[in-house]
Design a protein around this ligand. Sequence first.
Ligand code: AMP
Ligand code: GLY
Length: 432
Amino acid sequence: MTERVLLVGGGGREHAIARAVAASDRDVALYACASNRNPGIGGVAAGYETLDETDPDAVVEFAERVEASLAVIGPEAPLAEGVADALDDAGVYAFGPGREAARIETDKAWQRRFMREEGIPGTPEFETFEDSAAAAEYVETVAGDVAVKPTGLTGGKGVRVTGDQVTKAEAADYVRESGYDDWVVEERLVGEEFTVQAFVANGSVRPTPGVQDHKRAYEGDEGPNTGGMGSYSDAGPVLPFMTREDYDRAVEILEATVDALPDYAGVLYGQFMLTADGPKVVEFNARFGDPEAMNTLPVLETDFVDVLTAARDGDSLPELSFAPRATVCKYAVPAGYPTDPEAGTRVRIDPESAGEARLFYASVDQRDDGLYTTTSRSFAVVGVGETIAEAETIAGDALAAAGEEGLRARHDVGTADLIQRRIDHVRELRGS
Ligand code: AMP
Ligand code: GLY
């Protein structure tokens, strides 16, 4: 029987998911729907509909039309709008949590309270507020540095950290003036960030290798936060600046979280800060990371569709196997991104000119004479190699082939210098 897989979402992450589905040894047909037309997904899909991917009725209508036998939801916005619930109600199994469980990502106040109530290890000190004036006053009076977070989704761009990006007075002004009512104010965590994503369903938790994303817009971790400029993983689960024990602690936190959410199905993404006291939870997401999916899925050796069908059929998930390869992912973004992005540059890279690198399209505009940038991240190149250095060279060569005009990237992602700084940082924190 042909497995008819519906993919919701049209970014780089979803292009990686589309490839993982298309690479299955099983008899599969992929159908995609998204608010944009991603040419990479279009190239492997049997059908593609542009629709509002956050509209449950529109997604269900397409799922029924193509007789989808299961669905994978890439981005958070459809989860927040109940697209997984609507698909389930229509009899189409959705790999992705329903709106309630997705609050672990979509409602940061709920997430922190849940962690405290369930005694999840790695929970930072926090307070929640439903009034921006009270939150701002707290920021001004509390001892120590804090992170201030609007409780809802902000595309990774809503958080400000004192002592790092802003002073406490600036953070208090930001809380007062940015128009949100609901806030989490929590202790500033100091250390190195890393991500562990796990496939979760029917009580199984199957972790994937650690990845480090780069949220700051500019080289050397300068500038505003973005959705993520690039990321790397090593030829094993552990990143160069951490120990196996640190990774295992992070996995234990994910397992404790799923114990408290037994019906959770989908990807549980843990963003951790490796502090002097071990991993602490920066946040959870209810989906793959973008860019992190582009590190993880290309080295997944287990058939991705087997994971999805086991989840649907109520079975425990297969143990995962990963190629022992390092990966480096670099996003090319429009010049001026994220503050003043300039759209409309011709994209001069295609799968052939990307050389050894894998090319994942994100937000590009298909015109009669080719692809053009929009105001969001344009495309990513991923090197896969024996070492991070080898993977970095492959990704860097592909960026060079794409040309710089109208585009920008963080060339430092995955470089030996930057990684050494991470290692030194953790050594210094641990006093070793
Ligand atoms: P979030 O939207 O929660 O992922 O936060 C975005 C970014 O803000 C994170 O990736 C961190 O770099 C930073 N951040 C969030 N919470 C904290 C915290 N408690 N301490 C330090 N940095 C934080
Ligand atoms: N790379 C961060 C995220 O997907 O939220």
